[in-house]
Design a binder for this molecule. Structure first.
Ligand SMILES: [Zn+2]
Length: 61
């Protein structure tokens, strides 16, 4: 199973297989699972991915 993780601190996205948890390469923060499944994520364009990141940040604030 492949998962998409997003960093709540800096917005970095990682695609991770095997592991249920991931840490951000940039800031070391524990990442959270993105609501978008991997199969959908790979279909998205850069603009759509950016929109998801922004949406995620708004929820954090
Ligand atoms: Zn980060």
């Amino acid at each position: 199973m492949i998962r998409v993780f997003i960093c709540p601190h800096c917005g970095k996205v990682r695609v991770v297989s095997k592991f249920l948890e991931a840490q951000c390469y940039d800031c070391g923060t524990a990442m959270e699972t993105c609501r978008i499944p991997y199969v959908d994520w790979v279909e998205l364009g850069e603009a759509e991915r950016e929109q998801i990141r922004l949406e995620y940040w708004k929820k954090q604030q």
